[in-house]
Design a protein around this ligand. Structure first.
Ligand code: DBV
Length: 251
C-alpha cells in the first residue's frame, strides 16, 4: 500500500456514495503509464495512473496518482465544476519527494476577493481549516503568483513525518472533501449571463495558470518525455480549453 492510495480509495468511495458518478473519458495512453528510472541499485519503477468522473454539476473530477517508491509519491486531485455553477475547485496536491512532504489542500475560489463569494464558500469551512491547521502549520515559501488561486482556508504544509500525512493530512483531506460535497449538494445553476461569463473567465484563468505552471511538468518530462507530458497536461489534467474548442466547433 502506498502513501496516498488510502486517500484515493476514500475519495472515490465517498464520491460514489454521495453523487451519481459517471465515468469521464481518459485519452488513450494516459490511464496508466510506466517508466523505469535511475541506474543499477537505484532503479525504480514509476507508475502514473489516472482516474476521471463527472456528474451533472461537476464537469471533471480527476486524479493523477504517481507511485515511484518511498521517496516519490504524488496524488493530484482536482474537481472542476460545470461552467454554470459558481462552485470553487476542489484542489489537493499531495506530494512526497526525497526532500519531504508538501501538502496543498483547498477549495480554490473563482473570485478570491469577492466578499459575497467568500461568505458563501470560505466562511463555512473556516472552522474546518482552523481545526486542522493546528496540526498542519503553514508551509512557508509559496509562489506569489499562485496566491490569487487560493482561499483563506488554504492548508499549505510541509510535514516532516510520514505519520503526520497518514493521520492529520488524511483527516483534513476527508473533511475538506465532505464539505465540498455539501457545497455541491446545495449548488444551484447560474442563469445570469453576465455572471456566467465571469465564471467562464475565472475557470479559464485558473486552468491556464495551472497548465502553464504545472509543478509536475519537469518530473513527468524526465520520466515519460515531452510529447506524452504536454498531451497529459493539456489533453487530460487541464483540458477545459480543448473541450471548449470542441463544443464551439460542434455548436
Ligand atoms: N502538481 C500538479 C499536478 C501534479 C503536481 C497536476 C500530477 O498541479 C505535483 C502531478 N506539485 C507536484 C509536484 C511538486 C508540486 C509542488 C511533483 C513538486 C515540484 C518540485 O519540487 O519539483 C500547489 N504544488 C507544488 C508547489 C505548490 C503546489 C505551491 C510548490 C511549487 C514551488 O515550490 O514552486 N496546486 C499547486 C499549485 C497550484 C495548485 C502551484 C496553483 C493554483 O493548485
Amino acid at each position: 500500500m502506498t502513501l496516498y492510495q488510502p486517500f484515493l480509495d476514500y475519495a472515490i468511495a465517498l464520491l460514489q456514495n454521495r453523487l451519481n458518478l459517471q465515468s469521464y473519458p481518459i485519452p488513450a495512453g494516459f490511464e496508466s503509464k510506466q517508466a523505469t528510472v535511475g541506474k543499477g541499485k537505484h532503479q525504480e519503477e514509476v507508475l502514473t495512473t489516472s482516474y476521471a468522473y463527472q456528474t451533472s454539476k461537476l464537469r471533471q473530477i480527476r486524479a493523477a496518482h504517481v507511485q515511484g517508491g518511498n521517496s516519490l509519491q504524488v496524488l493530484n486531485f482536482v474537481i472542476f465544476p460545470h461552467l454554470n455553477y459558481d462552485l470553487p475547485f476542489f484542489g489537493a496536491d499531495l506530494v512526497t519527494l526525497p526532500g519531504g512532504h508538501l501538502i496543498a489542500l483547498d477549495m480554490q475560489p473563482l473570485f478570491r476577493d469577492d466578499l459575497g463569494y467568500q461568505a458563501k464558500y470560505t466562511q463555512p469551512i473556516l472552522p474546518i481549516f482552523q481545526t486542522h491547521q493546528q496540526h498542519l502549520p503553514w508551509g512557508g515559501d509559496f509562489p506569489e503568483e499562485a496566491q490569487p488561486f487560493f482561499s483563506p482556508a488554504f492548508l499549505w504544509t510541509r510535514p516532516q513525518q510520514t505519520e503526520v500525512v497518514e493521520t492529520h493530512v488524511f483527516a483534513a483531506f476527508k473533511a475538506y472533501l465532505q464539505a465540498y460535497l455539501d457545497f455541491v449538494d446545495q449548488a444551484q445553476p447560474v442563469t445570469d449571463s453576465k455572471y456566467l461569463a465571469e465564471i467562464e473567465q475565472a475557470q479559464l484563468r485558473y486552468l491556464r495558470y495551472r497548465a502553464e505552471k504545472d509543478p509536475a511538468r519537469g518530473m513527468f518530462t524526465r520520466f515519460y518525455g515531452t510529447e506524452w507530458t504536454e498531451e497529459y497536461i493539456h489533453g487530460f489534467l487541464f483540458d477545459l480549453e480543448r473541450k471548449l474548442a470542441l463544443s464551439g466547433a460542434r455548436g
